[in-house]
Design a protein around this ligand. Structure first.
Ligand SMILES: Nc1nc2c(ncn2[C@@H]2O[C@H](COP(=O)(O)OP(=O)(O)OP(=O)(O)O)[C@@H](O)[C@H]2O)c(=O)[nH]1
Length: 409
């Protein structure tokens, strides 16, 4: 990824270049004026251009207009202080954002913005609004920040789009819409999507001053009163997505094992515990690698870690799409086979055991043959703990019987 900085102050360009290279590992070119910028723009494809408004051989944003119109490259503008009308004019050009060069946080903000732009390319945003003009305006603002935008004409269509594309990360919804209004839409979405699944920003040009609170109390993360200025829109979207990222990180830290990224014991119990009266079968397979201590003792802890990571990945690939795979600790894993009885579970585990046996794990110490023992128990009218305890006894039997086998009840 390549960034171009067009800036005549060497101090500013040096600081920016250093920060971008250090924090994002991008390649950075610097042009001190418009003519050298043009030469570079002809030679390379830039992801983003960071440009000063006034240059020795160009003024009043000529470089910005040129980058946007001729090279269709996103542009972040560096400025000195701007008055209100200058600010409006520059935002109208279709830039990503403008950054005043007057404080030490500005440069850090540029780096954050470039990183955000990079990640935005993978972020789907759904815009629900019955006004075509308003929808297109929001789409344009989002596209300046490289988001993937999907539009919905009303609340009902928004629900249908969400069902079709569950990886949408942000919904921006108007209040007044036919069939289902914005608040009703949010209520319906929050029935099945948590805050870490999707973020929501409400919009309205209604003069009802209680609307912002109504949106937020019913599950929105933020609210914007129309008409809004570009800058406020972008700040709110970025803040909302930052919070979403933070929530997702916290969720992952609580529910995913730091080493193997398999689910944690805690997640496993939250998902499958307390459902004694639940209809349907649940079988648990408790899995323990054989002679794992020997791998650590012979090749070191790092190689042991590589084996655990690869083994967890194999479990995930084999069962993760339909079942919960968790690491219970050390070299012990568990899979919850919801809907399967003990016989079917045992067949699947034996097939997996054969695959593992046939494919040694490749590590920095070479290919290592790794086997596991497994106990399979089906949960009857009992607690999950109890079923796991029985699986543990069967696992112990498998170890005593010579390891590398699955024993079920
Ligand atoms: N590398 C690595 N080793 C771990 C980790 N957690 C636990 N261990 C090691 O796993 C080993 C488990 O050893 P044991 O309980 O004796 O089991 P085993 O050698 O697999 O023997 P059996 O289970 O009887 O076949 C110990 O050496 C632990 O230090 C980890 O996160 N990384």
């Amino acid at each position: 990824m390549r960034i171009l900085i067009v800036e005549d102050s060497t101090t500013v360009s040096k600081i920016l270049k250093h920060l971008i290279m250090q924090e994002l590992s991008y390649q950075v070119d610097v042009a001190p004026d418009m003519s050298s910028a043009l030469t570079l723009l002809e030679q390379h494809n830039y992801f983003v251009v960071v440009a000063d408004l006034n240059l020795p051989d160009a003024s009043n944003g000529d470089i910005v207009r040129l980058v946007l119109s001729s090279y269709k490259t996103p542009c972040i503008v560096l400025t000195s202080n701007l008055d209100a009308s200058q600010r409006r004019d520059i935002l109208k050009l279709g830039i990503v954002d403008y950054i005043p060069k007057d404080n030490r946080y500005s440069y850090q903000y540029v780096v954050k913005l470039i990183d955000r732009l990079y990640r935005n390319q993978q972020v789907k945003v759904l815009v629900a609004d019955d006004s075509v003009v308003s929808r297109k305006f929001v789409r344009m603002l989002l596209e300046h920040h490289l988001f993937q935008v999907i539009e919905a004409n009303d609340g009902e269509e928004a629900l249908a789009v969400l069902a079709r594309e569950p990886d949408i990360q942000l919904l921006i919804t108007d209040y007044n819409m036919p069939k289902i209004d914005g608040v009703e839409l949010i209520l319906r979405i929050r029935e099945s999507y948590n805050r870490e699944d999707i973020a929501i920003i409400g919009l309205s040009n209604d003069n009802d001053e209680s609307l912002s609170a109504k949106f937020i109390k019913n599950g929105a993360d933020d609210f914007l009163q129309k008409p809004f200025v570009h800058e406020e829109f972008h700040c709110r979207v970025l803040n909302t997505l930052d919070s979403l990222d933070m929530m997702r990180n916290l969720w992952a830290k609580a529910n995913r094992d730091y080493l193997t990224k398999a689910y944690t014991r805690r997640y496993f119990f939250t998902e499958h515990n307390g459902k004694e009266g639940e209809v349907g079968t649940l079988s648990v397979a408790l899995i323990d690698l054989d002679f794992f201590k020997k791998i650590n003792d012979t090749h070191g802890h790092d190689v042991g870690d590589q084996v655990l990571v690869e083994f967890a990945q194999r479990l995930e690939n084999a069962f993760g799409a339909n079942f919960t795979v968790a690491r219970f600790g050390g070299e012990e894993f568990v899979v919850a086979f919801k809907g399967l009885d003990s016989t079917k579970t045992t067949t699947l585990m034996n097939k997996f055991r054969d695959q593992c046996e046939a494919n040694p794990i490749s590590t920095t110490a070479g290919d290592l043959s790794v086997s596991f023992s497994c106990g399979v128990a089906t949960k009857h009218n009992e607690s999950l703990d109890h079923a796991l305890h029985r699986a543990d006894e069967l696992l112990y039997q498998a170890k005593r019987a010579g390891r590398n086998q699955v024993i079920s009840q």
